[in-house]
Structures are given as structure tokens and as C-alpha cells.
Design a protein around this ligand. Structure first.
Ligand SMILES: [Fe+2]
Ligand SMILES: [Fe+2]
Length: 261
């Protein structure tokens, strides 16, 4: 989905600031390592570009009124425009607070999104995949499954909230070109060991009420991949198809949109 009409063909980052169009073009020679040209043709596709060893999905290099949105801005924009229920603003305040590392946390220690901002990127990728998945004619016409935009945003953006304050960085020695170097790596430090999907449901419920379908979808979004009671997973998908769609979107984002750092 592309928002807005003004799309720059060149984007760049400089001192954590995102530059677009002519501004990016002017500094392209001196800042060539952090500048991507001809981005326009990739907008809205699954193509990714790398700047500073970080991957950016072109879908999120969105421009509204001539201004590119960061993943954090995009998350907040979707959250505020789609999630209107009581307590939602308080939950967003918590996510944005210094007590939460949601926007900087990785999505995993070694696999998908194992870099700063990986969890945020994954949550947005799942949102795109989920919105797309539920548009399938079979889903809507054959089975008659429909979901509110609010439920889609809640399920996708918040399904992995359990990974907030879940990872920490440690250092280890690695030999590079025959020389030992101290490099950072992610490890797990779970201070609220309440499971995975169930922990996300627990955190969200502290701020706002979930519908039963949203709660089941988030609770069972890992599908059969976790050490779950298999009968419960199947039954929950049958009862609450949003869970099935969320699981599919989660897998699509993980295996096709995201990779190792
Ligand atoms: Fe998950
Ligand atoms: Fe996930």
C-alpha cells in the first residue's frame, strides 16, 4: 500500500535522518553508501534494500505529504488510525515509553529480524501480510470470514508484544581474519515468563479489552510450531479463523520477507 502522491526516486539516511528526492540526490555522491537510487520502481513490492547493514522493506519507505515515514511512525499511524477502543492510547503510551524496548528490540536472537528494530519491522510485515491474506476470495466468499480493520491491526501489530523487554545484548569473542574481536549478540532474558502468545494477550489485556477472537488469534498465532496441545490449536483455528490468518501472515513475514541479518 502506498500512501500519498509524492514519491522520491532517491532515498538516503544521514545522521539517523531520512532524506527523500532532491535532498537525497544532492548528497548522493558524498554519501553513496547510505543512498538508494531508483527506489520508486520497487515501492509497494517485497524488495528490500540495505543501508548500514540494516534491511529496509520498500513497502515501509512510504511518503505522506512528501515526508518519508520511519517504521516507528508507520506503526503509530496504523495503531492510532485503526485501534480506537478504550485503553488503546494507554497501551500505545506504554509501547512508546522508556519502559518498553518494542521499537528497538530484535524479532529473534539469530533467525528472522535479529537486529535492532527487527520486532517492529516484523510486526509491520505481519500487518501487511494479514491484510493481504484476508482479502483472498476463498476466505471471504467461500467461507464468509470477515474481520474488522481494528481486529486486523490489533492481531498483527501486537501479536509479538511478548518480545518487549525480552532480549538483551551480550558480548562474545569472535575470530575475524585471525584476530579476536569482541562482538555483540542477542540473548534471552525473560522477566515475565508467561509463555509466548498468552503473554502478549496478558500484556494487552492490562490496558484494553480484546474480543475473544483477537485473544485466541494472538494466543495461538504460532500454530503447531510451539509445544502446544495440537488439538487446541486446530480447534482454535476452526472457531476463530482470524488465528489461522494471523498464523499464515506470521509465517509469510518470517520466511519470505525477513531473513537473517
Ligand atoms: Fe510470535
Ligand atoms: Fe510473529
Amino acid at each position: 500500500m502506498i500512501v500519498g502522491k509524492v514519491v522520491g526516486s532517491v532515498v538516503s539516511t544521514r545522521k539517523n535522518e531520512r532524506l527523500i528526492g532532491q535532498t537525497a540526490k544532492r548528497q548522493a555522491v558524498t554519501n553513496y553508501k547510505k543512498t538508494i537510487s531508483s527506489i520508486k520502481r520497487e515501492m509497494g513490492t517485497d524488495h528490500t534494500v540495505s543501508i548500514d547493514d540494516k534491511k529496509y522493506n520498500c513497502i515501509y519507505m512510504l511518503i505522506t505529504k512528501g515526508k518519508a515515514m520511519t517504521n516507528k511512525e508507520r506503526f503509530i499511524e496504523i495503531f492510532r488510525s485503526k485501534i480506537k477502543r478504550e485503553g488503546a492510547e494507554k497501551l500505545l503510551d506504554y509501547i512508546c515509553s522508556s519502559g518498553s524496548d518494542f521499537f528497538t528490540a530484535p524479532a529473534s536472537t539469530r533467525f528472522h529480524g535479529a537486529y535492532e528494530g527487527g520486532l517492529l519491522e516484523h510486526s509491520l510485515n505481519v500487518y501487511e501480510c494479514l491484510c493481504d491474506f484476508v482479502k483472498r476470495p476463498r476466505f471471504r466468499e467461500k467461507y464468509g470470514f470477515t474481520f474488522s480493520e481494528e481486529s486486523l491491526a490489533i492481531a498483527a501489530l501486537l501479536h509479538d508484544l511478548c518480545k518487549t523487554n525480552f532480549y538483551k545484548t551480550e558480548m562474545r569473542n569472535v575470530k575475524k581474519n585471525g584476530v579476536w574481536e569482541s562482538v555483540p549478540y542477542y540473548t534471552i532474558e525473560d522477566n515475565l515468563p508467561y509463555g509466548h502468545g498468552e503473554k502478549s494477550v496478558y500484556i494487552i489485556s492490562g490496558f484494553m479489552k480484546l474480543t475473544r477472537e483477537e485473544a485466541f488469534a494472538i494466543r495461538y498465532h504460532m500454530g503447531f510450531a510451539e509445544d502446544e496441545n495440537k488439538r487446541n490449536v486446530g480447534k482454535s483455528f476452526e472457531l476463530y479463523p482470524l488465528g489461522f490468518a494471523l498464523h499464515m501472515a506470521d509465517m509469510e513475514a518470517t520466511y519470505f520477507l525477513e531473513g537473517k541479518d
